[in-house]
Design a protein around this ligand. Sequence first.
Ligand code: UDP
Length: 343
Amino acid sequence: HNHNILVVGGAGYIGGHTCKALARAGYLPVTYDNLVSGHEWAVKWGPLEHGDIRDRSRLAEVIARYRPTAAIHLAAYACVGESVVNPAKYYHNNVVGTLSLLEELRAGGVDKLVFSSTCATYGAPLRLPIDEAHPRSPVSPYGHSKEMIEQILRDYDRAYGLRTIALRYFNVAGADLEGELGEDHDPETHLIPLAIEAALGRRAALSIFGDDFPTPDGTAIRDYIHVVDLAVAHLHALEYLESGGATTACNLGTGCGYSVREIVSAVEELTGRELDTKIAPRRAGDPPALVAAPERAYELLGWRPLCSGLATIVGTAIRWARAQSSGEARAQHAAPRPVGRDA
Ligand code: UDP
């Protein structure tokens, strides 16, 4: 039985954790990644094939070599603010790149795909919690790029029989429970790693983007899901497709929201350090609260978030951040990396 799964973007933060979950379940994750934001050191559970999703001949070569039964597609640019100033980058990589990947999956007879989508496809929420029937009206080119791909996937199923599940992630955070993987973005823009770096004295004060939202403490509320729970959900999504599941989309969140101030308190408590914060203006397009209705994933995938309590999310992220300054991390990062082809 062929257990090869093509993990496009497998060298990234979520991709790496997903490869580990796949390997544990007996699959061979074959990572295809251009290493523009992914890391060679994060690929530990299967082969790394260096390539860009817009490079069709390279994709064809890798698909022919491994003959995967399904693919998981996590390769995308994902910075909302950057997508507003450079939409061309987002539409070319995310949309055109995905079209190129889909052509080669079809040519190679791969008919099942798990796709990384986002709660940014909903835009400003009209009601909370957000279920999958909530209207989708993205407010950034990033959100639009993901929404466009979801539409393409629905059409490709009807016409070509490619079955897909789009996973709409809420706020992903935390690190591997055994300390083997964690978040490493450059530049880092996410709240939890930034708050930890500030608490550990590696950067100046944390800016809180807005304290006048209509929320109990005035700061914005988000639904944080542990990256390990998210990775395991990909495994369940794959099994859903393998057992004949129809094309669909579902939220990945917990249904529980935390404010920026609650995150700051958790980081202070778990690092034992006081965090220097300053109030900054709201970021454009940031809604006051985003919380998932997670029940569809529960029913469809038989999955539950098991390590998304705030203490586990923040605790594993702190452990990872602390390890980044150790000798072990320096040795790991010292491995030579191939140069990304089209940064
Ligand atoms: N945030 C903040 N300071 C930061 C980074 C983020 O106050 O330095 C806030 C941000 O405005 C949002 C929440 O933290 O309300 C989560 O932001 P993040 O960028 O982590 O994820 P997003 O919700 O934008 O996907």
